[in-house]
Design a protein around this ligand. Structure first.
Ligand code: IMP
Ligand code: MG
Length: 175
Protein backbone atom coordinates (compact mmCIF):
# COMPACT_ATOMS: atom_id res chain seq x y z
CA UNK A 1 0.00 0.00 0.00
CA UNK A 2 2.59 2.58 1.09
CA UNK A 3 5.30 2.48 -1.57
CA UNK A 4 8.43 4.58 -2.11
CA UNK A 5 8.08 8.21 -3.11
CA UNK A 6 10.44 10.07 -5.45
CA UNK A 7 10.93 13.66 -4.29
CA UNK A 8 9.83 16.45 -6.61
CA UNK A 9 10.21 19.40 -4.21
CA UNK A 10 12.36 19.19 -1.10
CA UNK A 11 11.57 20.70 2.27
CA UNK A 12 13.96 23.51 1.44
CA UNK A 13 12.33 24.16 -1.97
CA UNK A 14 8.94 24.43 -0.29
CA UNK A 15 10.18 26.63 2.55
CA UNK A 16 11.81 29.08 0.13
CA UNK A 17 8.76 29.24 -2.12
CA UNK A 18 6.41 29.90 0.81
CA UNK A 19 8.46 32.94 1.82
CA UNK A 20 7.90 34.40 -1.65
CA UNK A 21 4.18 33.56 -1.59
CA UNK A 22 3.83 35.17 1.84
CA UNK A 23 5.52 38.34 0.58
CA UNK A 24 2.97 38.61 -2.24
CA UNK A 25 -0.02 37.79 -0.03
CA UNK A 26 0.99 40.22 2.72
CA UNK A 27 1.30 42.98 0.11
CA UNK A 28 -2.08 42.22 -1.43
CA UNK A 29 -4.35 41.43 1.53
CA UNK A 30 -5.04 43.41 4.70
CA UNK A 31 -3.42 42.16 7.95
CA UNK A 32 -6.85 41.20 9.35
CA UNK A 33 -7.60 38.80 6.50
CA UNK A 34 -9.59 35.65 7.16
CA UNK A 35 -7.93 32.46 6.03
CA UNK A 36 -10.13 29.56 5.00
CA UNK A 37 -8.01 26.42 4.69
CA UNK A 38 -9.58 23.54 2.81
CA UNK A 39 -9.06 20.24 4.58
CA UNK A 40 -7.63 17.86 4.61
CA UNK A 41 -4.89 18.43 2.04
CA UNK A 42 -3.93 22.02 2.91
CA UNK A 43 -3.24 21.69 6.62
CA UNK A 44 0.55 21.49 6.41
CA UNK A 45 0.81 24.25 3.80
CA UNK A 46 -1.59 26.48 5.75
CA UNK A 47 0.38 25.97 8.96
CA UNK A 48 3.62 27.07 7.33
CA UNK A 49 1.99 29.87 5.32
CA UNK A 50 0.32 31.53 8.33
CA UNK A 51 3.61 31.62 10.20
CA UNK A 52 5.33 33.18 7.19
CA UNK A 53 2.47 35.71 7.08
CA UNK A 54 2.88 36.44 10.77
CA UNK A 55 6.50 37.38 10.10
CA UNK A 56 5.15 39.95 7.61
CA UNK A 57 2.74 41.61 10.04
CA UNK A 58 -0.46 39.70 9.30
CA UNK A 59 -2.88 38.85 12.12
CA UNK A 60 -5.34 36.58 10.32
CA UNK A 61 -8.22 34.63 11.73
CA UNK A 62 -8.22 31.02 10.55
CA UNK A 63 -11.09 28.71 9.78
CA UNK A 64 -11.38 25.33 8.11
CA UNK A 65 -13.73 23.60 5.76
CA UNK A 66 -13.50 19.95 4.80
CA UNK A 67 -14.47 19.32 1.20
CA UNK A 68 -14.11 16.18 -0.84
CA UNK A 69 -14.49 14.94 -4.36
CA UNK A 70 -11.98 12.16 -4.59
CA UNK A 71 -13.02 9.13 -2.54
CA UNK A 72 -10.14 6.68 -2.24
CA UNK A 73 -8.76 6.83 -5.75
CA UNK A 74 -6.59 9.07 -7.90
CA UNK A 75 -9.50 10.27 -10.06
CA UNK A 76 -11.92 12.97 -8.97
CA UNK A 77 -15.55 11.90 -8.83
CA UNK A 78 -16.58 15.39 -9.97
CA UNK A 79 -19.06 15.90 -7.15
CA UNK A 80 -17.96 18.20 -4.31
CA UNK A 81 -19.32 17.43 -0.84
CA UNK A 82 -19.07 19.47 2.39
CA UNK A 83 -17.92 17.09 5.12
CA UNK A 84 -17.39 19.84 7.66
CA UNK A 85 -18.43 23.47 7.28
CA UNK A 86 -16.79 26.66 8.57
CA UNK A 87 -17.30 27.61 12.22
CA UNK A 88 -17.29 31.38 11.66
CA UNK A 89 -18.97 33.80 9.30
CA UNK A 90 -17.16 35.16 6.25
CA UNK A 91 -19.63 38.04 5.88
CA UNK A 92 -17.78 41.29 5.17
CA UNK A 93 -14.35 39.65 5.42
CA UNK A 94 -11.33 39.72 3.15
CA UNK A 95 -10.96 35.99 2.64
CA UNK A 96 -7.93 34.04 1.47
CA UNK A 97 -8.87 30.48 0.53
CA UNK A 98 -5.90 28.14 0.94
CA UNK A 99 -5.77 24.77 -0.75
CA UNK A 100 -3.15 22.18 -1.52
CA UNK A 101 -3.63 21.78 -5.27
CA UNK A 102 -5.68 23.17 -8.11
CA UNK A 103 -6.48 20.45 -10.61
CA UNK A 104 -9.93 20.30 -12.23
CA UNK A 105 -10.84 23.40 -10.24
CA UNK A 106 -14.10 21.89 -9.00
CA UNK A 107 -13.17 22.05 -5.32
CA UNK A 108 -12.03 25.66 -5.45
CA UNK A 109 -14.94 26.78 -7.66
CA UNK A 110 -17.30 25.26 -5.15
CA UNK A 111 -15.55 26.89 -2.17
CA UNK A 112 -15.31 30.25 -3.91
CA UNK A 113 -19.01 30.18 -4.84
CA UNK A 114 -20.05 29.31 -1.31
CA UNK A 115 -17.90 31.98 0.33
CA UNK A 116 -18.96 34.66 -2.17
CA UNK A 117 -22.61 33.72 -1.63
CA UNK A 118 -22.11 34.14 2.12
CA UNK A 119 -21.05 37.73 1.64
CA UNK A 120 -17.26 37.86 1.75
CA UNK A 121 -16.02 41.37 0.98
CA UNK A 122 -13.14 40.10 -1.13
CA UNK A 123 -11.88 36.70 -2.11
CA UNK A 124 -8.43 35.50 -3.12
CA UNK A 125 -7.07 31.99 -3.61
CA UNK A 126 -3.67 30.57 -2.69
CA UNK A 127 -2.62 27.08 -3.70
CA UNK A 128 0.65 25.32 -3.13
CA UNK A 129 0.45 23.38 -6.40
CA UNK A 130 -1.24 23.76 -9.75
CA UNK A 131 -1.60 21.16 -12.49
CA UNK A 132 -2.11 23.01 -15.75
CA UNK A 133 -4.27 21.69 -18.56
CA UNK A 134 -6.64 19.83 -16.24
CA UNK A 135 -9.15 22.57 -15.58
CA UNK A 136 -12.84 21.67 -15.89
CA UNK A 137 -14.09 25.03 -14.61
CA UNK A 138 -13.01 28.62 -15.19
CA UNK A 139 -10.93 29.30 -12.11
CA UNK A 140 -7.45 30.54 -11.41
CA UNK A 141 -5.49 30.94 -8.20
CA UNK A 142 -4.13 34.36 -7.29
CA UNK A 143 -1.08 32.86 -5.58
CA UNK A 144 0.54 29.63 -6.81
CA UNK A 145 3.49 27.84 -5.22
CA UNK A 146 4.56 25.46 -7.96
CA UNK A 147 3.15 24.51 -11.36
CA UNK A 148 3.71 20.76 -11.52
CA UNK A 149 3.68 18.09 -14.22
CA UNK A 150 0.50 16.04 -14.63
CA UNK A 151 1.43 13.40 -12.07
CA UNK A 152 -0.23 12.30 -8.88
CA UNK A 153 1.80 13.80 -6.05
CA UNK A 154 1.81 13.14 -2.32
CA UNK A 155 3.39 14.51 0.82
CA UNK A 156 3.34 17.81 2.70
CA UNK A 157 -0.36 17.26 3.45
CA UNK A 158 -1.31 15.64 0.14
CA UNK A 159 -2.40 12.04 0.26
CA UNK A 160 -3.18 8.92 -1.60
CA UNK A 161 -5.91 7.02 0.27
CA UNK A 162 -5.04 9.20 3.29
CA UNK A 163 -1.42 7.99 3.40
CA UNK A 164 1.75 10.04 2.88
CA UNK A 165 0.44 13.31 4.36
CA UNK A 166 3.25 13.34 6.93
CA UNK A 167 6.10 13.47 4.38
CA UNK A 168 7.98 16.76 4.74
CA UNK A 169 8.58 16.89 0.97
CA UNK A 170 6.38 16.57 -2.14
CA UNK A 171 6.93 13.58 -4.38
CA UNK A 172 5.56 11.10 -6.86
CA UNK A 173 4.58 7.61 -5.74
CA UNK A 174 6.63 4.79 -7.20
CA UNK A 175 8.92 6.47 -9.73
P1 IMP B 1 -9.85 19.58 -8.14
O1 IMP B 1 -11.20 19.78 -7.49
O2 IMP B 1 -9.89 18.59 -9.26
O3 IMP B 1 -9.15 20.87 -8.53
O4 IMP B 1 -8.95 18.81 -7.12
C1 IMP B 1 -8.54 19.40 -5.99
C2 IMP B 1 -8.37 18.36 -4.90
O5 IMP B 1 -8.06 17.06 -5.39
C3 IMP B 1 -7.20 18.79 -4.08
O6 IMP B 1 -7.62 19.62 -3.02
C4 IMP B 1 -6.60 17.48 -3.64
O7 IMP B 1 -7.17 17.10 -2.40
C5 IMP B 1 -6.97 16.49 -4.70
N1 IMP B 1 -5.85 16.22 -5.64
C6 IMP B 1 -5.77 16.62 -6.92
N2 IMP B 1 -4.60 16.22 -7.49
C7 IMP B 1 -3.93 15.57 -6.51
C8 IMP B 1 -2.63 14.93 -6.46
O8 IMP B 1 -1.84 14.89 -7.41
N3 IMP B 1 -2.30 14.36 -5.27
C9 IMP B 1 -3.12 14.39 -4.17
N4 IMP B 1 -4.32 14.99 -4.18
C10 IMP B 1 -4.73 15.57 -5.33
MG1 MG C 1 -7.95 18.58 -0.97
Amino acid sequence: MVGPVTPLYTEEDIRARIQILADAIAKDLPPDMMIVALLRGSFVFAADLIRALHARGARPQIDFMTLGSYGEGMQSSGQVTIYRDLSDTVQGRDVLIVDDILESGRTLSFARGLIAERGAKSLKIAVLLEKPGKRKTAINADFVGFVIPDKFVVGYGLDHANFYRELPFIGVVGE
